[in-house]
Write a protein that binds this ligand. Structure first.
Ligand SMILES: Nc1nc2c(ncn2[C@@H]2O[C@H](COP(=O)(O)OP(=O)(O)OP(=O)(O)O)[C@@H](O)[C@H]2O)c(=O)[nH]1
Ligand SMILES: [Mg+2]
Ligand SMILES: [Zn+2]
Length: 354
């Protein structure tokens, strides 16, 4: 009996606490909210960079002579604050623009509102849930290199993800110092250029300048993606040395299946630009997309769809298949058709399971 009573009380208490919490949240005065940018998140806490400062800054408490100085963090543009979010807000991600309040007495903040997103980059996690990765990205840099060995089908997947999120892609061949004469990776560069994609060549270590890349990224919110070890963090460090992103020797991490970068972080860069570093991805499932979305990632194939003899052509063995004929005439690449068909199979299979 005592036990049941106790439990009921606890539930009641919980409800009361919840209600108090809710009213406190509703009572928040939001008229002096600041503008901010989510630069990183750790579970339920986020880090927000101040994009504005209060018109009237709260004044520092006055202490009597001999008393210890209390903690005090001034609210300055550019300062970074650990924040909680108001309970009624949707999940926030790196890159989100928010309204927030800062408490100089504790150094903590509370996010009160989120601005509408211009774009949202997502990826499926290993539990088959779609996870948001970064918001408001305006350009995706797909980094690849000759070491670790390039996986063109992974690049194709990234391009589909870019087409799905409607964010332009820039391909960056990093580690230019490792490229040899007649390196097959240069053929790959040509293939993507011929398909209409923008490709740049870079080196992030040594004395070579990354100024051409830095110039291209000016004003953009850029997400760096690509296999672990291709040099995403190294490139970011070369462009913004203060970023001091951890980098590592591939033999020490990738070989063990570990990533050097473990969380998504945004680094401010120049006027209104930002670079987002994220962990390298080995597998990039796209089972959650619909078929039309996949087609957008293969514009040269999309152009030919509907021209096969049979409407339900599998493009695998049919004689009068526009895609297979285009491969034979050299109009499209066998490799790209394979990538495309593999993705279609993956998605169809996943949809049949659900
Ligand atoms: N030779 C050469 N090595 C480079 C270059 N850029 C980066 N590296 C090396 O590549 C290794 C991996 O670089 P990271 O920047 O940690 O790679 P990452 O893509 O951030 O990897 P994850 O964080 O695991 O996803 C390091 O040992 C770098 O020194 C380059 O331009 N040339
Ligand atoms: Mg990294
Ligand atoms: Zn066909």
């Amino acid at each position: 009996m005592a036990l049941i009573r106790k439990r009921r009380l606890t539930e009641q208490q919980q409800r009361r606490i919840q209600k108090q919490h809710q009213t406190r949240q509703e009572e928040l005065d939001t008229s002096n909210d600041l503008e901010g940018l989510v630069v990183q998140h750790y579970g339920r806490q986020l880090e927000v960079q101040a994009l504005s400062a209060p018109e009237k800054h709260p004044s520092k408490p006055i202490v009597a002579a001999g008393e210890p100085e209390p903690f005090w963090k001034p609210i300055e543009v550019g300062s970074v604050w650990r924040c909680h979010t108001r309970t009624n807000l949707e999940a926030l991600v790196t890159g989100d623009r928010v309204k927030w309040q800062a408490d100089p007495n504790t150094g903590l903040g509370i996010i009160t509102a989120i601005h509408p997103r211009k774009s949202l980059l997502t990826r499926p996690d290993r539990y088959h849930k779609v996870k948001p990765v970064a918001a408001n990205v305006s350009l995706i840099v797909i980094v690849f290199a000759s070491f670790p060995e390039v996986a063109p089908s992974l690049i194709d997947r990234y391009l589909v993800a870019c087409a799905d999120a409607e964010i332009p892609a820039l391909l960056v061949l990093n580690k230019a110092d490792l490229i040899q004469e007649n390196d097959p990776i240069l053929d790959l560069v040509k293939e993507y250029r011929d398909l209409g994609y923008e490709v740049m060549q870079c080196q992030s270590t040594g004395e070579v300048s990354v100024s051409a890349l830095a110039k291209r990224l000016a004003g953009e919110t850029v997400a760096f993606v690509g296999q672990s070890g291709v040099g995403k963090s190294s490139l970011i460090n070369a462009i913004v040395p203060e970023a001091a992103q951890k980098t590592n020797i591939i033999s020490e991490n990738s070989a063990l299946g570990q990533h050097t970068t473990t969380s998504t972080r945004l680094i401010a860069f120049g006027e209104g630009a930002a670079l987002i570093d994220s962990p390298g991805i080995r597998e990039f499932g796209l089972w959650h997309l619909d078929l039309a979305k996949v087609q957008h990632g293969f514009p040269e194939i999309e152009n030919l769809l509907g021209h096969c003899q049979f409407r339900n052509c599998t493009h695998k063995h049919e004689k009068q298949c526009a895609l297979r004929q285009a491969v034979e005439s050299g109009e499209i690449l066998q490799r790209r058709l394979d990538s495309y068909l593999r993705l279609i199979d993956e998605i169809t299979e996943a949809q049949q399971k659900n």
